[in-house]
Design a protein around this ligand. Sequence first.
Ligand SMILES: *Cc1c(COP(=O)(O)O)cnc(C)c1O
Length: 444
Amino acid sequence: MDMDRVTGESRGLLALNDLESNVRIYSRCFPEIFSRARGSIMLTNGGRKVIDFLSGAGTLNYGHNNHRIKEALIEYLRNDSVIHGLDMATPAKIAFMETFSSAILRKRGMKYRFHFTGPTGANAVEAALKLSRKVTGRHNVLSFTNGYHGLSLGALAASGNGFYRQGGGLPLSGVTFMPYDGYLGPDYDTADYLRKVFLDKSSGIDPPAAILVECVQGEGGINVASKEWLRSVEAAAKDVHALFIVDDIQMGCGRTGDFFSFEFAGVSPDIVILSKSLSGYGLPLSVLLIKDEVDAWQPGEHTGTFRGNNLALASANAAIDIYWQDQTFSQNVKRMGELMRARLEATSLKHGNSFHVRGRGMALGFDCQSAEIAEGTAHKAFEKGLMVERCGHIDQVVKFLPALTIDTETLDQGLDLFDQSLGETLKQAARFPGAGGQGVGRAG
Ligand SMILES: *Cc1c(COP(=O)(O)O)cnc(C)c1O
């Protein structure tokens, strides 16, 4: 190896290889050291700028180090406000619940209580499953093909991905999978199947404690459920007195254009699960929104050390207050989403149109119908300065989750880089069939 080229950068990455568990994944897909970030740009140690269309898998809807939200955090720290107090009452927690209730819930005619869980999405999913089992006295839960709900045991049992499931280490029980919208092709309404199974006492499927669903499947490939399908699934849940739970961890907080991904369908989940972008700043924070009648917990029955992370509550409060007091932000997300979709469709057409563009709002997927092409394109894009992740059952979909606050110029630059990367990957694949892959596993 040319020693001049062994920079601090590559030494650092070699150290990572020695020190960190083999489980690491994003540092393999994006092999650089990232030191600073702002808005939609991440800066490497070496000073290279990378446009971020991954956004912490949907955790950075308001961009990196959003300066308006940061002010609230700095103020909070400067005042020696309570950072950790288990789930004791703090002004930060009360302010968050009041702001969220007035700016988000009441304006949508919704009424929910807040159950703060441990800080990860999986923590919140576990709590939702446990609560629905407690409320109904049933143990089975229905979730959907290609669904993703996290990797702790209960959440993993409700997730479809075979790679993750084989790492579970115990039998994954208590969940039955149903076909998601579109799973059996566009002409088959899979909600009909669900209803039929529920009506038929000999279907072998006992009435479940809950139906757990994502309105757009993020990790599963940006699969989009229709309004009618979601309504049918909700109605089926009501028919058998099962709770209807929407996992809005990745698609909530404005990602699809509305604050919640289910608003457009007019459904009313018994439990809504929020995490990822809830804190607005990449800080860990999760909450269940639960209807009064399902709040069956005994005091302290489901507890944990890090619930209602006060620093994250301070930034969450600021994010809601800054972006969600009126319709402006939401309208802008929808407009930018249309722009992105049009650009991606033009890219698809230009390169032979054997692709599918799908999604809602600013959650879009470019289905390459080939894991190799998707992988080659994402790899090339990173070399050119664009960070995109892949998703779908064989990682065949390139996933676009730019910050909702991105400016059109940066959005355009990123989409240009994607277009070029796809073009070069296709050319290379035509010349060297089978050589498109780079041999790096998926992130997720
Ligand atoms: C990320 C995600 C989870 C899990 O959240 P973690 O914080 O990684 O545990 C659950 N459900 C959905 C839809 C997600 O996108």
